[in-house]
Design a protein around this ligand. Sequence first.
Ligand code: ADP
Ligand code: ZN
Length: 213
Amino acid sequence: MKLILLGAPGAGKGTVAKLLTKMDGSVQISTGDILRAAVAAGTELGKQAQAAMKAGDLVSDDLIMGIMGERLKEDDCKAGYLLDGFPRTIPQAEALKVLLADMGEELDMVVDIQVAKDVILDRLTTRRTCEGCGEIYNVKSNPPKEEGKCDKCGGAVTQREDETEEAISNRLDVYNEMTAPLAKFYAAEGILVSVDATSSDAVLDAIKAKLAS
Ligand code: ADP
Ligand code: ZN
């Protein structure tokens, strides 16, 4: 399947994407993960993205399209992909449309995961991420077995730099202003599915039902 996951920070896009990869071998492509890896490795890309990310602002469309133009042409995309955190602006969605048309590909579905703001705020402040493999934990509902250590890879489980109260609030504002309009964009293309759900399993069930119909 070729799918876009839309939804505010903390809506559970990454968790749903990971569950979906287990269904049919599609790959999860998270621009946030790609950028964080570049920052950690200190590459030129990382240096260009770091300041915007720390503040919870968006990285430039040009930089993102450079990354995704390459990424979507890799072999592992042939089995399908789940785009998590991309596109995030109307210009990125327009550029993706051109890119896919050039490649002769079509999206199956755009899933807009809707979660109440108080749930999102609570999730983001309690979320912890593995610096090694990107696995997501929650200090309240899903802590690693050993505090601060990833169950999967043994990496350090920490709070993201952009998960301070100030950066979180900015990320939500940026989402509402820049990314939320994508729902209308994809509704007009006839491929939008909105899912109102608080658990990732419920979101998964709704997606499965839609794929089957
Ligand atoms: P979130 O939890 O906010 O959905 P992500 O991991 O998707 O976080 O992204 C983290 C940060 O990386 C964003 O706040 C932004 O600075 C940058 N970023 C990720 N994807 C994009 C994109 N498609 N366009 C612009 N910036 C992006
Ligand atoms: Zn890990």
